[in-house]
Write a protein that binds this ligand. Structure first.
Ligand code: MOS
Length: 715
């Protein structure tokens, strides 16, 4: 039997989704859970200060209102206590309405619960709040002088590294780039908003959260820690998720408030954030200011390499994005340094957004590499090949499966890179200036403890269970393929059940760890089941035969110590820039990627194209703008917060090289969810430079920034 793994199997959950039968958190209705009540969040209209007086009388008297919860009547809750065994903040308590203090704009000051959504929303406008505002700090650019060095970054990553003597090597370098790049605040903004339906089971003193979350175990832990309940009395149901991109790694105010209200009212309560609320209640990607210094010999070899990233943090919840950390493994140079600094601001806590670290970090670094190629008058691909390390440059260990050069060469060949305009602003197509750009992609390969269970029933059908989530990526499908392959069954004899806290725990979907973690745990479970079947001479008892599989976290896997493991890729982009208006249009784009073994060619390609598109957005469109007087995001909806739409993305393709990383895991697979975001924007930015000769270092590259640098026109 030929292997199922890698085949372009259609999504096994596709028919349910296109026929509206896949139920999302907010959609459960009374036949499932009983008639729910509706909660609406009231947010603070100041950025810092306190509630001087809050009057809920009018709201409480409004039609249909059952409860108005404020800091005056909210129950005592757990406080955030870091858990050293889980070096990410998503598991810790997140108390709401716990004091009159306001720490950021939009922070919940009340939850109004009513019989209908309309009643709750209408009554929310009747909550009367008087604030004592205090001056806050909201201006990232103006507060650069306050930057400080944190002890570690998220996941315990070192904040600073230094090898050799950067300063003197850079001073003596023949060719230098020393530039600063800025990136804006960005939001995940999946189609499905953050939402929770909280259902109490009074007789059992238990609660179920139907919730849109990427990590079921984290949701359960955060709810239990906040409500001060035994986690075994909290149940989480999250079988279908309408996108996450980091914004649902944690549950936020919607879940905590729904659960508090449901417990108190002994009735189901639904809370969803409005699109505007998501911009104030869910963490965003920090804005950044990144200085990159590259010092090279005339042949393109780097002698000195420095990447220093400054970002904001909420002082109450220190959180950092490892923007320069990828560089520690990417290019060779004997003298090097990386640094991360944090500027405290009175904004909501920042969180992981789509390839945290590499996405903004490679935008800066891969732009700088293009500047170096230009300064050297070398091909950008060749400059990168010149700096390909033989071992991990800072850890001095071999790489497991490093295929960056192969991706660049294959991409250059397929894209027709040799037709790249040799001089910037030298090629026209009618009114369009034409430019080509490329950039490298790399993304770490994380691994986290994951368990899965498989049961075979007497009819020979298998059921796989894990609290793993499918956030739209295709998890149901790849796990079906992996189990079918390991058990020697056709895929229609395997059913995968995900997203329930009663199932064996995983780290869910995030950080590009989901597919490799859960597929390997499922494979192990299937192997264990096969052994049990053998022992039982193939006889399956009436209750079925069951086995579990588990993989350990990176810290307990020696391959992560002995090898440098990443996935790689190369992006190639062609843009046209209107010679009069500066309008930038992507004309075509190609990505070539290597991420070990691919579990499903079709879902992988969809992931990769989606990621490349996010990168185009980072280069040209996305920017959440702060009102620096109040700390409010002014363009807080999808009309004002611009992301690429179909009209912005013409011909685009993603190709994956066949592979198998035997150090990564038994399936040879690495994550691809975020790889293609990394470097994608830089390829577009570099194409804009090639088209115009204008280098914009302040992202996104909007036409007003390009216009002053366009070549003068005749007549
Ligand atoms: Mo990802 S930003 O870790 O969901």
């Amino acid at each position: 039997m030929t292997t199922m793994i890698g085949k372009s199997v259609n999504r096994v959950d596709g028919p349910l989704k296109v026929s509206g039968q896949a139920t999302y958190a907010y959609e459960y209705w009374d036949s499932d859970v009983g008639q729910p009540l509706y909660g609406f969040i009231v947010g603070a209209t100041i950025g810092k200060g306190r509630i001087a007086r809050i009057d809920t009388t009018r709201a409480e008297r409004a039609a249909g209102v059952r409860l108005v919860m404020t800091h005056l009547n909210a129950p005592a809750q757990g406080i955030p206590t870091p858990n050293p065994s889980i070096p990410l903040p998503y598991w810790v308590a997140k108390p709401e309405l716990s004091s009159p203090d306001i720490h950021h704009y939009g922070e919940p000051v009340a939850l109004v619960v009513a019989t209908t959504f309309e009643q709750a929303r209408a009554a929310s406008s009747l909550v009367d709040v008087e604030y004592a505002a205090e001056p806050g700090h909201y201006d990232f650019a103006a507060r650069q002088g306050q930057a400080y060095a944190p002890k570690t970054l998220v996941l315990g990553i070192a904040t600073d590294t230094a090898v050799g003597d950067f300063d003197s090597a850079f001073a003596g370098a023949e060719v230098k780039v020393d530039q600063r790049y800025t990136t804006p605040y960005e939001f995940s903004q999946p189609m499905e908003p953050n939402a929770c339906l909280a259902v109490p089971h009074g007789e059992r003193e238990e609660l179920t959260a139907y919730v849109s979350t990427q990590i079921v175990a984290a949701a359960r832990a955060r709810i239990a820690n906040t409500l001060r309940m035994d986690p075994r009395r909290i149940h989480v149901v999250a079988p279908y998720i309408g996108g996450g991109f980091g914004s649902k790694l944690a549950v936020h105010a919607e879940t905590i408030l729904a659960m508090l209200a449901a417990r108190q009212l002994k009735q189901p309560v639904k809370v969803a954030m409005t699109r505007q609320q998501i911009f104030q209640l869910v963490g965003m990607r920090t804005a950044s200011s990144q200085r990159v210094r590259l010092g090279a010999e005339r042949d393109g070899r780097l002698v000195a390499l420095a990447h220093e990233a400054t970002m904001y943090t909420n002082p109450r919840q220190e959180w950092s994005e490892p923007m320069a950390a990828f560089l520690r493994s990417l290019y060779a140079a004997p003298n090097r340094l990386t640094r991360h600094r944090l500027v405290p601001l009175d904004l909501q806590g920042n969180e992981d957004i789509r390839a945290p670290g590499e996405a903004p970090g490679m935008l800066a670094l891969e732009s700088a590499m293009d500047e170096l190629a230009h300064a050297l008058a070398m091909d950008p691909v060749e400059v990168r090949i010149q700096n390909e390390p033989t071992r991990d440059p800072e850890r001095d260990v071999p790489s497991s499966d490093r295929r960056l050069v192969e991706c660049m060469r294959e991409g250059a060949r397929r894209f027709g890179w040799e037709r790249r305009p040799a001089r910037p602003a030298s090629v026209r197509d009618g009114r369009w200036l034409i430019g080509y750009g490329m950039a490298a992609a790399s993304r770490g390969h994380p691994q986290a403890p994951t368990r899965a269970r498989v049961r075979m029933d007497p009819d020979g059908n298998a059921v796989v269970q894990s609290d793993m989530t499918d956030i739209g990526t295709g998890t149901y499908t790849i796990l079906t393929q992996v189990a079918a392959d390991a058990l020697g069954l056709p895929i229609d004899r395997v059913r995968v059940e995900l997203g329930r806290s009663e199932f064996p725990a995983s780290w869910g979907s995030g950080g590009s760890w989901g597919a490799a973690n859960s597929s390997n745990a499922v494979r192990r479970a299937c192997e264990a089941l096969r052994e049990k079947l053998q022992t039982a001479d193939g006889r399956i008892p009436a209750e079925g035969l069951e086995a579990e599989g588990e993989i350990v976290g990176a810290a307990d896997d020696p391959n992560f110590k002995n090898y440098s493991m990443s996935s790689y890729g190369a992006h190639f982009a062609e843009v046209g820039v209107d010679v009069d208006t500066g309008e930038i249009r992507l004309r075509r784009m190609l990505g070539v990627f290597a991420a070990g073994r691919i579990l499903n060619q079709k879902t992988a390609r969809s992931q990769l194209i989606g990621g490349m598109t996010w990168g185009v957005g980072a280069a040209l469109h996305e920017e959440a703008v702060i009102d620096t007087r109040s700390g409010a995001f002014v363009n807080r909806d999808l009309a004002g917060y611009v992301v690429p739409v179909h009209g912005d993305i013409p011909e685009i393709d993603a190709i994956v090289l066949d592979g198998f990383d035997d150090k990564a895991n038994a399936l040879g697979a690495k994550g691809i969810g975020e790889l293609s975001i990394c470097g994608s924007g830089a390829a577009v930015a570099n194409a804009v430079f090639n088209a115009t000769g204008m280098r914009v270092r302040d992202f996104p590259i909007t036409l007003d920034k390009v216009l002053p640098g366009l070549p003068p026109q005749d007549g």
